[in-house]
Design a protein around this ligand. Structure first.
Ligand SMILES: *[C@@H]1O[C@H](CO)[C@@H](O)[C@H](O)[C@H]1NC(C)=O
Ligand SMILES: *[C@@H]1O[C@H](CO)[C@@H](O)[C@H](O)[C@H]1NC(C)=O
Ligand SMILES: *[C@@H]1O[C@H](CO)[C@@H](O)[C@H](O)[C@H]1NC(C)=O
Ligand SMILES: *[C@@H]1O[C@H](CO)[C@@H](O)[C@H](O)[C@H]1NC(C)=O
Ligand SMILES: *[C@@H]1O[C@H](CO)[C@@H](O)[C@H](O)[C@H]1NC(C)=O
Ligand SMILES: *[C@@H]1O[C@H](CO)[C@@H](O)[C@H](O)[C@H]1NC(C)=O
Ligand SMILES: *[C@@H]1O[C@H](CO)[C@@H](O)[C@H](O)[C@H]1NC(C)=O
Ligand SMILES: CC(=O)N[C@H]1CO[C@H](CO)[C@@H](O)[C@@H]1O
Length: 398
């Protein structure tokens, strides 16, 4: 199948995962169906305490579509920058939103160049496979997602019809390898559940937090995003249920202006940041794949064998794991998607094969990925390089 169409995929998937507890289809978005599913949706809050080299908990909070200088100038983002490390050269991978979220957990965006209803084929792994392999608990918290495991395209504010929760900003729900397992859906929750888990001291060790379309700046401005972040994160800074050797990344999915480089404003903070690094700037080259690489290095996880392997690990973590932070040599815009299975501009390329022979600082590709893809190594496009392709520098297929 050339294109993995949403309609075809949805029918396959709803058969595969028809949860016995759910009355309505998990992708339904009409009000009656959503409330029916909400009433019976299962939710879980598994915890674990696996020690990491630099941190024991990782929290990624994503905002939307803001140019670097705009975010850096916002008083609330500045407030957090002063409490951590500003990443001066952290890059988005393409435009628009969805491919960036997809890539940040799966190590590629497979040519995606829009925000459609997308389902990543089940034989593609994501970071949660790596985390589970080491017994590390994970969860996503999506503001105003109507219930745990909701797979619909969107959910609007029921009072005023405004954009609220959107699937395109929920990275793990895009992966059929996640959706096919009910126990995984049960940890893809909303921020109501975040506060419950916080209160009960049941937050996981890896989490991804997406504010709603108002709070993340998408439909508003960086000012609104900053105000939301201040109210959400400031109280957590000295909450001991949250700060448990925790590294928080505040970032944006992409730059607003398409004709400039896709550099995003980002800050690392939390009690896992060494005191001497507070208020400093790290100018090394990073991109959204650095998020996966950093987590892999910290907990000595296996890798996905995709662009995660070549990405720089954040230097404050690399210093503790013996990682080599490499210099950036070439400057790309990262403002256009390369071809792939999800490319709507008609630029098709085969589903890329992970490189199952890649090794980085002793870390190898997850055995189950080797099993699925190992026999196709003549077709891999991943070679562990730091700089990744974009629409002007295409991946090279064998
Ligand atoms: C992975 O899944 C896709 C889509 O279902 C399929 O076309 C492809 O052959 C599969 N590849 C492997 C190696 O399993
Ligand atoms: C959040 O998710 C829980 C668990 O599924 C659900 O009971 C609750 O109604 C949701 N909250 C909101 C505000 O939608
Ligand atoms: C988004 O969340 C904020 C609170 O964080 C809330 O005030 C606002 O109403 C929500 N936006 C929409 C459109 O529901
Ligand atoms: C958190 O720290 C701030 C200032 O550092 C302080 O004003 C506040 O009372 C503290 N809150 C708690 C719950 O300890
Ligand atoms: C990417 O940026 C370059 C340099 O400004 C520009 O020439 C090109 O048109 C941009 N591409 C897109 C898709 O906006
Ligand atoms: C990386 O770049 C910095 C500053 O440009 C330079 O000082 C350093 O020697 C370079 N490191 C490597 C490994 O090339
Ligand atoms: C790679 O190897 C597989 C299995 O041996 C074969 O089916 C495929 O045609 C080869 N692909 C290329 C591009 O040579
Ligand atoms: C307008 C603006 O601030 N955009 C930023 C996007 O990223 C480029 C390149 O890294 C910056 O130079 C811009 O400042």
């Amino acid at each position: 199948m050339r294109f993995f169409t949403a309609a075809a995929a949805a029918s396959v998937v709803s058969v595969a995962i028809a949860a016995p507890t759910s009355v309505a289809s998990p992708t339904a978005t009409d009000v009656t169906d959503v409330y029916a599913a909400q009433a019976t949706a299962k939710t879980r809050s598994p915890t674990s305490c696996v020690k990491g080299a630099a941190f024991d908990r990782y929290v990624s909070i994503w905002f939307e579509n803001t140019d670097y200088d705009m975010a850096a100038a916002d008083p609330n983002f500045k407030f957090f920058a002063e409490k951590g490390i500003t990443l001066a050269n952290n890059f988005g991978l393409t435009h628009p939103s969805e491919p960036n979220y997809m890539a940040a957990v799966g190590g590629d965006y497979f040519g995606l160049d829009g925000d459609p209803f997308t389902q990543v084929p089940q034989n593609i792994s994501s970071v949660v496979d790596l985390l589970e392999d080491k017994g590390i608990s994970w969860g996503l918290y999506q503001e105003d997602q109507p219930y745990s495991g909701f797979q619909g395209f969107q959910w609007v504010n029921q009072q005023n019809g405004a954009n609220d929760y959107v699937r395109k900003h929920n990275p793990e729900i895009l992966y059929n390898s996640v959706v096919a397992k009910p126990e995984r859906l049960e940890v893809i929750k909303n921020t109501t559940m975040f506060f419950k888990d916080l209160e009960a001291d049941k937050l996981p060790q890896w989490m991804f937090i997406t504010p709603n379309m108002t709070s993340d700046g998408h439909d508003t401005s960086v000012t609104t995003a900053g105000i939301w972040l201040r109210s959400f994160l400031e109280p957590l800074l000295n909450n001991t249920n949250f700060m448990q050797n925790t590294l928080v990344l505040i970032t944006f999915d992409e730059n607003e202006t398409y004709t400039i480089q896709n550099r995003v404003f980002s800050v690392l903070l939390g009690d896992a940041v060494p005191k001497k690094l507070i208020g400093t700037t790290d100018a090394n080259f990073y991109n959204h794949y650095s998020e996966i690489a950093t987590v892999e290095a910290n907990w000595d996880l296996h890798t996905l064998g995709r662009y995660d392997v070549g990405a720089n690990v954040f230097a404050n973590v690399a210093a503790k794991t013996g990682e080599h932070v490499r210099n950036w040599t070439e400057s790309r815009y990262y403002n256009l998607s390369y071809p792939g299975i999800f490319n709507a501009a008609g630029k098709w390329a085969p589903q890329p094969v992970p490189n199952t022979n890649l090794r980085i600082n002793g870390r190898t590709v997850l055995p189950s990925i080797k099993e699925t893809w190992g026999h196709l190594q003549n077709e891999t496009i991943y070679h562990g390089a730091l700089e990744v392709p974009d629409g002007y520098h295409l991946p090279v297929y064998a």
